[in-house]
Design a protein around this ligand. Structure first.
Ligand code: EPZ
Length: 415
């Protein structure tokens, strides 16, 4: 099992570039099966979640290959509509293959994606939305079978603005008969990226980025070439790492307005942030100050940056109160941070962080993707050596972090 060994206490300083967003590439890969034409997804990071999605597509007969960092997808010989158990267990976000497969085959089969370390993660909103479009959903023994004589547009109301459910319904509606209107849709930038991608294939999607999305079904979609949105969470992670080490970083391939909630919090922490075109430039202030966070659907503070900010708060002067409103159990990183000398108490969905001057190195383990990112940040701050186990969680969503952090001056190796 690979691990990271970090000798902390070094101020990060340098330049890096944000990858394309994991949470945009995954739905785009699902959308690519809606056409028999060739689809090119540019600048696609070969992270573990992308590789899992590629395995699912290949299992269904889709031809997928990397040319450099460009991913070429061809579904003309696609034959399957059953997402294999071992693959849907491996990655929750395989669930939005349902919408794409029903759109193409009028049938889709999948295993109930397991919960994971951040919460139960039910898919009731996905299935209820599909039923509104004429899909018959049968669930038995952890298996889901979705069938539709024909997909028809409808009015769909989400109790919660679920990102995955919004994407699933857009995928099912793209070639359905008539108009689908999604109310209380997720407004995340990755939903907007899916809209732009589908429209470049000839779909008619409008309103993404707002809470009402309208899809007018079309008969056929054609191939496309597309460069996905930047990974706002990866970029945010490097910004927080620079702040936690009292250093500075310049990140290109960004769009600052998509992470404004994070940038405001980093300014509260006393960072100096300047934006120039697609570059975000962060310089640490004289001393880190505490802050409070409520994680919320976009454009509120992103839950995917909560763990990283708990790590920053643990070495910021004063008391920070961080409430996780999106997932039930997304504080597995706290126990590990406290092993490094952090002073954090968790009560239900709130972490109370009493900042300390600096952390000390320790042997810790990643339990989930963003919790692992928090441990990288803590290790970069800590005096001494930190060993992070189970880094496969981190590599689901971060492309070669050991190389990127080394390019910023860190003493950081993967063994
Ligand atoms: C997406 O997950 C992201 N993953 C997550 O990123 C992100 O944390 C999340 O959106 C929220 O922004 C991808 O895009 C691949 P949700 P998703 O449906 O779609 C509840 C990361 O670290 N819910 O918006 O699964 C759910 O339990 C990952 O990159 C239902 O109750 O998130 C959760 O509490 C982690 N029923 C809340 O809604 C449903 O049918 C938000 O879930 C669906 C969701």
């Amino acid at each position: 099992m690979a691990k990271y060994i970090i000798k902390g206490g070094i101020r990060l300083d340098g330049k890096t570039e944000a990858e394309s967003a994991k949470n945009a590439v995954l739905p785009l890969l699902a959308a690519s099966v809606l056409t028999d034409g060739e689809v090119v997804i540019r600048n696609c990071p070969p992270i573990l979640d992308v590789e899992s999605m590629i395995r699912i597509l290949r299992e269904l007969g889709v031809k997928v290959r990397f040319e450099g960092k460009d991913l070429i997808v061809n579904s003309s010989s696609m034959h399957g509509y059953t997402i294999p158990y071992n693959l849907s267990k491996e990655m929750r976000s395989s669930v939005f293959m349902l919408g794409a497969l029903i759109s193409r085959f009028k049938i889709a089969e999948a295993s109930y994606p397991g919960g994971c370390d951040i919460g139960l993660r039910p898919i009731d909103l996905h299935l209820h939305g599909l039923e509104q479009m004429g899909v018959k959903v049968d669930e038995a023994g952890g298996e889901i079978v979705c069938r539709a004589e024909k997909l028809k547009g409808g009015n769909i109301y989400f109790d919660f603005p679920s990102v995955g459910a919004t994407e699933n319904i857009i995928l099912a509606a793209a070639t359905a008969e008539g108009r689908t209107i999604i109310h209380n849709a997720a407004k995340e930038p990755e939903v907007e990226d899916l809209q732009n991608f589908l429209n470049s294939m000839g779909a008619r999607v409008a309103g993404a980025g707002t809470s009402v999305i309208t899809v007018d079904g079309v008969k056929k979609l054609h191939g496309t070439e597309y460069k996905p949105l930047f990974d706002r969470i990866e970029a945010g992670t490097y910004l927080v790492a620079a702040a936690a080490t009292g250093g500075s970083v310049e990140i290109s391939n960004c769009n600052a307005e998509k992470i404004s909630a994070l940038l405001h919090k980093l300014c509260e922490n006393t960072c100096k942030i300047t934006i120039k075109n697609d570059i975000i430039y962060l310089r640490s202030g004289s001393g880190r100050k505490s802050f409070n966070i409520e994680t919320l659907p976009y454009p509120g503070f992103p839950t995917d940056m909560q763990a990283q900010m708990v790590a920053l708060a643990s070495v910021s002067e004063g008391i920070s109160v961080i409430r996780e409103n999106i997932f039930e159990t997304r504080f597995k990183h706290v126990r590990e941070l406290n092993r490094m000398g952090a002073n954090i108490v968790v009560k239900d969905r709130v972490a109370i962080v009493n900042g300390v001057k600096e952390l000390h190195g320790a042997k810790v383990a990643a339990h989930d993707l963003r919790g692992g990112a928090a441990l990288m940040i803590a290790g970069l701050n800590a005096r001494g050596t930190t060993v992070i186990e189970d880094v496969k969680h981190v590599e689901r969503g971060y492309y070669k972090p050991e190389e990127k952090f080394r390019s910023l001056g860190a003493d950081f190796v993967r063994v």
